[in-house]
Design a protein around this ligand. Structure first.
Ligand code: NAD
Ligand code: UDP
Length: 356
C-alpha cells in the first residue's frame, strides 16, 4: 500500500511512518515543519533502513498539493497536519481555524479532482465533550468543546463525514470516499530505540513531556492541576496510550479501509462511507500515578507541587476500546511502565530534543 502522511514529521506522524514502513508499506510525507523538523524523518529512515519520499509544503497550498498527490497517487492519505496546542488555540483562534480547516478542505478538493479514495483523520477524544461518562464509546454523542482546537477537530470530522456522504451519491466525485476518524486518547511515550520522541517547542502543555523535562533537569518541578477531583487520589484520570501502539492502530485502520473497499468492489457494491474508532487502552491512570511510574523508570522521584485546577480540564476521560479490537483486530499492548521507560530513554538521550 502507498500511503501519504500529512504532518508526518510530527510526533505521531513520524512514529506512524516507522510502523507503516515496518509493515511493508510505502510512505510519503508532506510537512511544512511548523512544529517539527526534517530530522525526525532522518531518524525514521535510520530506524527502518527504508526511504521516505519527503516534501516540504503547506497542506493548505492546493497547487502544490495537487503536484505532490499527482506524483504519489497514494492508496490512503493519513491526515495528521494541524496545529494542536489547546492554550494557543484560545489566544489564536483565527490561525487555528485557518490552518486546521483549510488543510482538510484542500485535501478533500484534491482527492475529489484526482479520484483518490481513502483518508484516515487524526481526531481526538476531546470531541466527546464534558457530558459523557467514560468509558466513551464511538456512538456517544459529540459534545461542546472547551476551546477552538477542539472545535477544529469537531468540524473537520463533520466536513469529512459530509464529503463521504455526498461522494456516495455521485455528486462530482469520481468514486465514493472512504473516511476513517481515529479519536486518540492521550498519546505518550516514544520509539523504543530512543531515537524518536515528542519534541515540544517551549514550555510543554502536556503532562508527560512536562514530567520528562523535570526528570531530566530542564524544569524544576511539575504543577499538578488540582487534587480535589472526585477520584481515588483527587487528580484527573486519562487514558495514556503508547505512541507506537497508536502508530500501529493507523496501520490497521489504513489496511482495513483499503481491504474493505476491495471486498465491496468485488461484490459490485459501492465502497466508501465513514467509520469512527477510539484509539485508547481502556485503562485510566491518574496524574499522580503517572508521576510515580515515571519516577520508577528514571530512578528518582519527580518533584511536583499541587496547584489549582486548569480551566477546561475534564475529570475523567478514557476509551471503550472494544470496537477497534473487534473490527481492526488492534489493541494497545504496551503498559504504563513501557510508556515511561521509552519516554525516559528518548528524553535522557536527547535532553534538548531533535537538532539541538
Ligand atoms: P505535531 O505538532 O507533532 O505534528 C503535526 C505536524 O503537522 C507537525 O509536523 C507540523 O509541522 C505539521 N503541520 C501543521 N500544519 C501544517 C500545514 N499547514 N502543512 C503541513 N504541515 C503542517 O502533533 P502530533 O502530536 O503529532 O499530532 C498529530 C495530529 O494528531 C494533529 O492533528 C493533532 O491535532 C492530533 N492529535 C494529537 C493528540 C496529542 O495529544 N498529541 C491528541 C489527539 C489528536
Ligand atoms: N496536567 C498537570 N500538569 C501539567 C500538565 C497536565 O497536572 O503540567 C494534568 C492535566 O490537568 C490532565 C492530565 O495531566 O489532568 C493530562 O493533561 P494533558 O494536557 O497531557 O492532556 P489532556 O487530557 O488535557 O488533553
Amino acid at each position: 500500500m502507498k500511503t501519504l502522511l500529512t504532518g508526518g514529521a510530527g510526533y505521531i506522524g513520524s512514529h506512524t511512518a516507522v510502523a507503516m514502513l515496518n509493515a511493508g508499506h510505502e510512505v510519503a510525507v508532506v510537512d511544512n515543519y511548523a512544529n517539527s523538523s526534517a530530522e525526525a524523518i532522518a531518524r525514521v529512515e535510520k530506524i527502518t533502513g527504508k526511504k521516505v519520499a519527503l516534501y516540504e509544503a503547506d497542506v493548505a497550498d492546493k497547487e502544490r498539493m495537487m503536484e505532490i498527490l499527482k506524483a504519489e497517487m497514494p492508496d490512503c492519505i493519513i491526515h495528521f497536519a494541524g496545529l494542536k496546542a489547546v492554550g494557543e488555540s484560545v489566544a489564536k483562534p483565527v490561525e487555528y481555524y485557518r490552518n486546521n480547516i483549510d488543510t482538510t478542505l484542500t485535501l478533500l478538493e484534491c482527492m475529489r479532482e484526482l479520484g483518490l479514495t481513502s483518508i484516515v483523520f487524526s481526531s481526538s477524544a476531546t470531541v466527546y465533550g464534558e457530558d459523557n461518562v467514560p468509558p466513551f464509546t464511538e456512538d456517544a454523542p459529540k459534545g461542546m468543546c472547551t476551546n477552538p482546537y477542539g472545535w477544529t477537530k469537531w468540524m473537520q470530522e463533520q466536513m469529512l463525514t459530509d464529503a463521504a456522504k455526498a461522494s456516495a451519491k455521485g455528486d462530482d466525485w469520481k468514486t465514493p470516499l472512504s473516511v476513517v476518524l481515529l479519536r486518540y486518547f492521550n498519546p505518550v511515550g516514544a520509539h523504543e530505540s530512543g531515537l524518536m520522541g515528542e519534541d515540544p517547542q517551549g514550555i510543554p502543555n502536556n503532562l508527560m513531556p512536562y514530567i520528562s523535562q523535570v526528570a531530566v533537569g530542564r524544569r524544576d518541578h511539575l504543577t499538578v492541576f488540582g487534587d480535589d477531583y472526585d477520584t481515588p487520589d483527587g487528580t484527573c484520570r486519562r487514558d495514556y496510550i503508547h505512541v507506537m501502539d497508536l502508530a500501529e492502530g493507523h496501520v490497521k485502520a489504513a489496511e482495513y479501509v483499503i481491504e474493505k473497499r476491495k471486498e465491496a468492489e468485488a461484490r459490485g457494491e459501492a465502497a466508501g462511507g465513514t467509520e469512527v474508532f477510539n484509539l485508547g487502552t481502556g485503562s485510566p491512570y491518574s496524574v499522580l500515578e503517572m508521576v510515580e511510574a515515571f519516577g520508577r523508570a528514571c530512578g528518582h522521584a519527580v518533584a511536583y507541587e499541587i496547584g489549582a485546577r486548569r480551566a477546561g480540564d475534564v475529570q475523567d476521560s478514557w476509551a471503550d476500546a472494544s470496537k477497534a479490537r473487534a473490527v481492526l483486530g488492534w489493541e494497545a499492548s504496551r503498559g504504563i511502565d513501557e510508556i515511561c521507560r521509552d519516554a525516559w530513554n528518548w528524553q535522557s538521550n536527547n535532553p534538548q530534543g531533535y537538532n539541538k
